[in-house]
Design a protein around this ligand. Sequence first.
Ligand code: NDP
Length: 222
Amino acid sequence: MAQVLIIGASRGIGLELVKQHRDGGDTVVATARDEESLTRLRALGATAIKLEVGDVQSIAGLAWQLDGFHFDRVMYVAGVYGPRTIGLQPPSVADFDAVMHTNVLGPMRVLPQILDALAPDARIGIVSSRMGSIGLRANSAGWVYRASKAAVNSVMKDVAMTLDGRAICVSLHPGWVKTDMGGQEADIDVATSASSLRAVLDGLKAGDNGAFFNYDGSPLPW
Ligand code: NDP
């Protein structure tokens, strides 16, 4: 059975990934930032690690907490949407910082901490969004969020290049998903999204390293 690390598993897509991997018999390590979620994750059978991806002190301890694990799969899920603006409304500095710290600086700090805990041929999925695709851009709603997901795609690419030949790292759009972030009018439920993302990771080939995929496995433009 596989060893799996889910970053950002308190709710939504991350929590569902924990449940599905647990049901599949995998060894699951999952992170959350509040005690209630950590207790819930432990009750699900996961090894739960406290992690606030916006806090450098919290991240600093991660590598040694992962010592001894050899992850076949890593899914980086934690993210925030920020202000739901329409059009070119400049964000406040506080809103800009909150979104960029979580969605961009978080992965830049967290991912280097996990590299020593990867199994050979590990697959790493960074949950981005098609809203970060510049090629698909049709409007500017959620201006900061879009910029943050375009930026995290760049972060992913550098991780992929660093790991080339050792692991496969990709950006993933999870679909428009019924979660706190996606809302209940969204297209698909968390179970469909999580199982689809797992299937995409399972199906990756070496040449996919550094690519951007939709949850159905089709490639997305940058
Ligand atoms: P939710 O809002 O349901 O969950 C967000 C998760 O991120 C929670 O576990 C939350 O933890 C965690 N998180 C946020 N900020 C931090 C932080 N600073 N430190 C640690 N954990 C943090 O969102 P979804 O499950 O819908 O989204 C998951 C990912 O999928 C996100 O990256 C999102 O951008 C992306 N996505 C979602 C889409 C959708 O339609 N739902 C569409 C496209 C992309 P906590 O409970 O502590 O806040």
